[in-house]
Design a protein around this ligand. Structure first.
Ligand code: 2RA
Length: 350
């Protein structure tokens, strides 16, 4: 019989994309069970063309579930993922909670699918959305040239913090629309935007905010530490040098990363393009003369990571500079989680 899948957080913005993917991808599931917090339960949502009830999050909701995908806040995942496991499910969790646990695999299937087999706690973690977009382009280059260092600058969309981020951005854009003087005088954007900054520490419209996530030691942000720690774990490079600056930009959906990558051996732009052209889940868009660049407005709603601006560093024949963009709600969250769940379905089906 086909495995039973639970979608925990089905009513959230990522959960919505999960249902869309489950309805459009090759179907490998038997029953699909929708679960959400008591506050959101009781609705019905459509998946695979049928209307399904959204059940409240209880231990019993996991009885008979083979695979449970979680996209819920960290504290909910920390409490409920072990309960789901205790009821017999394997959990694929999209939260931060378990990603760096030594006995929990952190999986991006195109990069390290084999890691999913070792899951003594019955929990598999899906990567941070910025990491997922970036690692899809970095990994094939690592396999070819041997990665030694990453210097990254991210350009992260408002939807990375959920619907509240998108609503805040649109509200701010409405407030700044029409006044051509805004942004040309100190403080006038702040004045136009007013106090409602939503989940951001500063105005996002007509601005960039060099901060994402929570405070971390020594002036780093939690997001910047994830780019370092999660990249090391996924690639199995314990001493990979990673320095990141994570920036929030006035984009609805689509995280981008400017990458400077240093390798063990000499690289060429053509060699890199060849490696990327043959890589899974990557689209090459690299023709500046024709105005073709990887950009959120094109990548949004698509599965692959879009890569371009590939050039060899001017002063280091072992280094590449390039730009990658990916939909932070899809490969950055829902798609990677669904792909991990499909790997488990295949394993269970054997
Ligand atoms: C963000 N990567 O963009 C984080 C969480 N999705 O806010």
């Amino acid at each position: 019989a086909r495995p039973t899948l639970a979608v925990v957080g089905a009513t959230g913005s990522v959960g919505t994309v999960m249902l869309d993917l489950l309805s459009s991808r090759r179907d490998v599931w038997g029953e699909i069970r929708l679960i959400a917090s008591a506050r959101s339960a009781g609705k019905s949502l459509t998946c695979r063309g049928e209307s399904l009830p959204v059940r409240p999050l209880t231990a019993e909701a996991f009885d008979g579930v083979d695979v449970a995908m979680f996209d819920v806040p960290d504290d909910v995942a920390a409490h409920w993922a072990p309960i789901a496991v205790s009821r017999g499910a394997v959990v694929v969790d999209n939260s931060t909670v378990f990603r760096m646990e030594p006995d929990v695999p952190l999986v991006v299937p195109e990069v390290n699918r084999e890691a999913i087999a070792y899951r003594p706690r019955g929990i598999v973690s899906s990567a941070n959305c910025t990491v997922a977009a970036m690692i899809m382009a970095v990994a094939p280059l690592h396999f070819e040239y041997g990665l030694r260092e990453l210097v990254l600058a991210s350009y992260q969309a408002a939807s990375g913090v959920g619907q509240i981020g998108v609503d805040t951005l649109h509200d701010q854009l409405t407030k700044v629309a029409g006044d051509r003087l805004l942004g040309s005088r100190p403080g006038n954007v702040r004045q136009a935007v007013g106090d409602d900054l939503g989940p951001f520490p500063a105005p996002l419209a007509l601005n960039v905010v060099p901060w994402a996530g929570q405070l971390a030691p020594l002036g780093w942000s939690s997001e910047e530490l994830k780019l370092r720690d999660e990249s090391r774990k996924i690639l199995g490079l314990a001493v990979l040098k990673v320095s990141s600056t994570c920036v929030r930009v006035p984009v609805v959906t689509g995280h981008s990363v400017a990458v400077h990558a240093v390798f063990a051996s000499e690289v060429t732009a053509d060699g890199a393009r060849e490696a990327l052209r043959n890589a899974p889940g990557v689209i090459l868009v690299d023709d500046p003369e024709a105005g073709e660049f990887p950009m959120p407005v094109d990548a949004v709603g698509t599965d692959p990571s879009w890569v371009g601006r590939i050039r060899r560093a001017m002063d280091d024949p072992r280094a590449l500079d390039f730009f990658v963009t990916g939909d932070n709600m899809r490969k950055g969250a829902a798609l990677n989680t669904v792909q991990c769940a499909e790997l488990l379905a295949a394993e269970l089906g054997r």
